[in-house]
Design a protein around this ligand. Sequence first.
Ligand SMILES: *[C@@H]1O[C@H](CO)[C@@H](O)[C@H](O)[C@H]1NC(C)=O
Length: 416
Amino acid sequence: MFFGRDPLGRRSLLIHKPTHLAPYILLASVAARSTSQHRFEELSTTSLYCFDLSISCATSDDMSSRIMELPRTSKTSTYAGPDRLNVTLPPDDLPITSSLDAIPKFMSDITDDFLNTLDECVKLRVQNIPVSPNAKESDARVAVLFSGGIDSTVLTFLAHRHVPVDEPIDLLNVAFENPWKQSKEKNKKDIYLVPDRVTGLQEVEELRRLCPSRKWNFVEINIPYSESQAAVSTIEDLMYPANTVMDLSLSSALYFASRGIGHISVNNENQPYSTPARVLLSGLGSDELLGGYVRHWSSFNLGGGWDVLIKELQLEIDRIPVRNLGRDDRIISAHGKETRHPFLSLDFVNYVARLPVHFKMDPRAEQGTGDKLLLRVAARKLGLMEASMRKKRAMQFGSRSARMKGEREGTATIRD
Ligand SMILES: *[C@@H]1O[C@H](CO)[C@@H](O)[C@H](O)[C@H]1NC(C)=O
């Protein structure tokens, strides 16, 4: 029996390895908690595995030694893993990109290639989605985990090109009630005006202006504190073996966003809405590939220079397989849905890896321009003026759910 995960770890697979008390192998996508019968861990993405079923084993030791590892190498497949980053340094006289108003000349062709590559990756992920048997004609098949930031917005815009125009696209935007927040916001609606809600609402207007023929369902998913508390135990089971406070915060945001139950505004009236879409697009990966984190900017500006920045970006790609995509997959698939990550298509990752660093970001320029420069320039080219200028915030979904835990550290485990 052969088993393994995709090289970037986008889908979950857990393994229980044989122990003296539990002398068997179990493989599962989701595993709830540990018991005396099993103790699961994430299967590593660095190898494929093989287990010989033809020999009977006397002990758990025999069994463990029969799990053979077949390390992934570029010889086993062209899709064995991402390419190494291009280490070409920029010319000494490279001008600083101080504004997005004119596409820097040296980036003009690259911007077109970049958009074509990303467009193809989005297309492959939104075309040919089966219509479910009892679907109504007006049902969306594609939804986007939508914060209104540049990543999710560019994906949404590209998806628009490939989804039939008479079909709505659902934009899922989650906000949590935060009982710790000192607030003058007495109005019930305002407690959900978290930063991602604000940018989401602004951005859907830009999309409506640029793509007026499409019906955009901006789904406001508002989660009262009591509801998020009631779901904690379910979410902890789903995310297991991930088990920190930070895992729980991010998983909660994803759990409620992907469940997709909220309301949409129809003629200025709120109507209950539940997304029928089973395919969810996520903008994950763009910060890692294109230099969107403050640590990238710092690695250059705190005396590192371009070669240190390249090393930092290489580490970023190397870390993708161990970053929590398996956890996210367990959470989302609990609703019978699947996330698709166009930025984490191996074709796209390899395309970006081959580009010299100075096309991707300019750490000498300001935040909001130099970080993810290539994506910003591309967004401009698509006409997404507002999205192209958005700055990164600390948390995905900006739902503040991490900070709701008050003083507890994000890395603390939940059952301590
Ligand atoms: C790195 O970038 C340079 C300049 O664009 C290009 O000539 C070279 O082929 C690239 N190297 C790799 C390994 O892709």
